[in-house]
Design a binder for this molecule. Structure first.
Ligand SMILES: O=P(O)(O)OC[C@H]1O[C@H](OP(=O)(O)OP(=O)(O)O)[C@H](O)[C@@H]1O
Ligand SMILES: Nc1nc2[nH]cnc2c(=O)[nH]1
Length: 183
């Protein structure tokens, strides 16, 4: 599959790579201001958050540490159920640390509300969330990301870390897939 083919599978580009970098730059400025004088541990949620973590952290004009978690949500079909299992835990002791969870999308909100509770029980100084995208369903969940790139409609999106059957994560833009991909 060449890159031209990859781009052609998008029916609608929601955010271009330029828009994504600009928005992440704005979020980074806000994060830098909010965490001034504090240590900052950014926790990426594998695998989709790899791109956001790479670009958001490099847009930060300050030091930060990074760690990663891999979690799996169980549910029927493609829906998350909120029953979460840790596949890879943090290597860092977060007691007394300022933790910023970095993810690319909050959909139902189940995964991150579980993760905030889980990390919150380890005695951190604070736990906040930065997500590039948020879908409407998450607004009715007890999960309040401090930093949100964009609120988007309830559509399945791919690119910039977001996959469809593990493909399209390496697209630079974010968009919706053409119907022929699903058939
Ligand atoms: O708000 P929710 O409905 O719980 O969904 C959000 C989760 O879904 C995505 O991960 P996914 O399970 O697709 O795994 P991936 O990062 O490995 O692609 C995303 O990174 C969040 O962790
Ligand atoms: N690729 C992808 N993964 C998701 N996980 C939760 N919502 C989405 C979405 O819209 N796209």
């Amino acid at each position: 599959m060449d890159s031209a083919h990859l781009e052609n599978d998008l029916v609608n580009v929601l955010f271009t790579q330029e828009q994504i970098q600009e928005r992440l730059g704005e979020m980074a400025q806000q994060i830098a201001a909010d965490y001034e004088g504090k240590d900052l541990l950014m926790v990426g949620v594998l695998r989709g958050a790899v791109m956001v973590m790479a670009d958001l952290s490099r847009a930060l004009p300050r030091h930060c540490e990074m760690d990663w978690m891999a979690i799996s949500s169980y549910g029927s079909g493609t829906k998350s159920s909120g029953v979460v299992r840790i596949l890879k835990d943090l290597d860092t002791d977060i007691t007394g640390r300022h933790v910023l969870i970095v993810d690319e999308i909050i959909d139902t909100g189940l995964t991150l509300s579980w993760l905030v509770n889980s990390l919150g029980s380890r005695g951190p100084a604070s736990v906040e969330i930065a997500t590039l995208l948020r879908k409407p369903e998450a607004l009715s969940m007890p999960v309040e990301p401090k930093y949100v790139g964009w609120d988007i409609p309830n559509e399945f999106v791919v690119g910039y870390g977001l996959d469809y059957h593990e493909k399209y994560r390496n697209l630079r833009d974010i968009g919706t897939l053409a119907p022929h991909v699903y058939s």
